[in-house]
Write a protein that binds this ligand. Sequence first.
Ligand SMILES: C[S@@+](CC[C@H](N)C(=O)[O-])C[C@H]1O[C@@H](n2cnc3c(N)ncnc32)[C@H](O)[C@@H]1O
Length: 292
Amino acid sequence: MTNNECFPGFELGIPPGITHGRCVRDGYNRGWGLQWGGLAEKISADPLYIEALRLAEGRSILSPLSRMNLFLILKFYAAAIPPGDIIEFGAYKGGNAIFMAKVCAELGLSSTVWALDTFAGMPETDKTVDSHSAEDFNDADLVELTQYIETCGLKNIHLVKGMFEETVPLLLTRAAPFILAYIDCDIRSAVRYSYNTVKHHMVNGGYIAFDDAHTSTCLGATEVVEADVIRRDGLHCEQIYPHFVFRIFKTAAQVGAAGAAESRWARIRSFALLRKSSETDQSTAFIGHRES
Ligand SMILES: C[S@@+](CC[C@H](N)C(=O)[O-])C[C@H]1O[C@@H](n2cnc3c(N)ncnc32)[C@H](O)[C@@H]1O
């Protein structure tokens, strides 16, 4: 499925540029396409979608349309922004992370998927705003999940166990800037921490999607989008259907600084790869070391 096949005849005369920090045309193409334009049927028949979904089967509670929207972003839009990693806040049984990792691997994207969770259920929640309770989703099995990922042959996925607040600071020293952050942790404290942390670590034009902010059970997540993303940060969404999607564009000065950081990451990563693949070839490893 190419981009043209993906969006046949969808022409509202929307120009392709960025206005108010998002691409309105791209938002319509994905959102309208999924809701009204027959895109879901096309994606359902895409061999890569089918194969990635097969690996994730029984391991994700994401709505099919949300998964399809992530598929569209990775397949048709990721190549237009600088390369980087993917982070999922709230991985639960790992299915959506596996899905994204498989799609990236098959598309040749260099992204590592960082899948974060306590893997032991929800932490304490705030009943003044969250409908969820502590220990909801406490039936993930990290040992089984780790073994399953190995049998899938996926090398581009890292499971990160613990409270986000405890694991993310170290993770950010190891991950590349993100092309996509998927915030799927339901409760206000976790959604707030995720957004306010990750927004500083996105590639220019990167995508932040909120799984729950428009759902009936997650007013805490809605509040973060209202208060932090829209009111305080002044962002306009690129999509509201099937979930909120925002873009993070940087100023020219930030792009310069981020570009330097990104190329440093590229050098560190190639050095790590060189070391891994050539433990017996010290001369190659040394070249990598000198360049880093
Ligand atoms: C709705 S589930 C995620 C669903 C998953 N993305 C999928 O594809 O099925 C939400 C998850 O967020 C996790 N979570 C919520 N707050 C957290 C926090 N502060 N630190 C780590 N995990 C958290 C919960 O443990 C739960 O597994």
